[in-house]
Ligand binder design. Structure first.
Ligand SMILES: [Zn+2]
Length: 401
């Protein structure tokens, strides 16, 4: 064994026998097998002395200074007494890929930080290769959630590919760990999650979700002890879309020829939907002027503020009382979008009242929603749901890892 040669540290069993430069500036190191180093069978790892044939393979290594580096490796096919003819085992290669383990690990490290496209450009690898390396790392490293400790869950859907297809994400409400991601949002689509949960379904106490999904029926069928809870984030967002937006557009249209007033109402969307404490002084003044000039907008704005209070009631009795007050005020507005919304919400009230007993932090859902959008932007272009889902699970490993 030629341990005297320090370059043998990099490529066990081989040593450099020559160098050359390519026309594109890359370097090629020609390796030869170290004398006295018996090759090992790729099947059983035993030393084998009978060589069946030799083939030269080109393998990408990590860059040397600013040059791409290739290894020209004589790979032996061995005649193993146990396995027959097998390719030798070379420990520093990355599986069957034409790259070394050192380069693969480097690509994995960079892919934790950057989008695949950038990693591929910097390393001079195909993005398919980088993506496969990153996906394999995630498969290897993502922890399997501990089913026995799950009590409170969050279920949410998000759009894949410009809203034409949907996926569902399930997270633990306490640790924020994403437990499962799957395509679709139907009862059948989410059933595999409950199958994975198995007997732990009985331990589930509460599941938070959006209204108007099929999740509640599946939860009722699978988790006999679970209460369905409708979260504030989704309900308030729905009120913004279906009531405030509708009333704002109706009011703008009703203004006829008063163009400046009309423009003020039309441009008020952001002010109306934003949380008041997030507005600066100038924006708060504009909002107050808008509301003062427009009674219906003022009414729906106050209803939104009051609706939020349902989730902060100190008891279920108080939550019910707040609901009855809110519902009466909603009907009194005589605004069609408000009445429609109030009557829809009436069907879900028990799920809102129950949230008093199962406080689930809505900011978790809001944060998840935003983070998934960012991952989607980074992942856009290769439309590989399986990889996208691994990246989502990776972004929410939970508090304990
Ligand atoms: Zn063998």
């Amino acid at each position: 064994m030629s341990e005297a040669n320090p370059l043998c540290l990099f490529w066990e069993g081989f040593e450099p026998a020559g160098w050359s430069a390519q026309a594109d500036g890359s370097l090629v190191v020609r390796l030869s097998a170290c004398a006295g180093h018996a090759p090992r069978c790729g099947g059983c790892r035993r030393s084998v002395s009978i060589v069946h044939e030799r083939n030269r393979r080109w393998i990408r290594e990590r860059d040397l200074i600013d040059r791409r580096l290739w290894l020209d490796v004589p790979v032996r096919r061995l005649r193993c007494g146990h396995c027959g003819v097998r390719t030798e085992h070379i420990p520093w290669l990355h599986g069957r890929r034409a790259l070394t383990g050192a380069l693969a690990r480097h690509a994995e490290t960079l892919a934790r930080l950057w989008p695949i496209r950038q990693v591929a450009d910097v390393l001079g690898l195909h993005w398919h290769t980088v993506k496969a390396l990153d996906a394999a790392r995630l498969e290897r490293e993502l922890p399997t959630p501990d089913r026995s400790r799950l009590r409170r869950l969050i279920m949410d859907e998000f759009a894949l590919h410009k809203g034409h297809r949907y996926a569902t994400v399930v997270a633990c409400a306490e640790t924020r760990q994403v437990l499962w991601v799957g395509e679709g949002r139907s009862r059948a689509a989410i059933r595999p999650f409950f199958e994975w949960l198995g007997s732990a379904c009985h331990h589930i106490e509460a599941v938070a979700m959006d209204m108007n999904t099929a999740f509640d029926l599946e939860v009722a069928a699978q988790c006999p002890n679970a209460v369905v809870v409708y979260d504030r984030f989704h309900v308030i967002a729905k009120f913004g879309r279906e009531v405030i937006d509708r009333v704002r557009v109706d009011q703008a249209n009703a203004m006829g020829r008063d163009r400046s007033a009309r423009r003020a109402v039309k441009r008020g969307r952001w002010l109306l939907l934003r949380n008041r404490q997030h507005l600066n002084a100038r924006q708060a003044v504009r909002l107050d002027e808008l509301l003062a000039a427009n009674a219906p907008l003022m009414q729906v704005y106050l209803l939104k503020t009051q609706l939020k209070e349902l989730w902060f009631a100190p008891s279920m009795t108080e939550a019910r009382q707040r609901w009855h007050d809110w519902y009466r005020l909603a009907l009194e507005t005589r605004l069609a979008p408000v009445i429609r919304f109030a009557n829809t919400l009436k069907r879900y009230v028990e799920g809102i009242v129950s949230s008093v007993n199962y406080r689930l932090n809505t900011s978790v859902l809001e944060g998840m929603n935003n983070r998934i959008k960012v991952i989607k932007r980074m992942a856009y272009g290769y439309r590989d749901s399986a990889y996208f889902f691994l990246k989502i699970r990776d972004a929410f490993p939970g508090n304990v890892r």
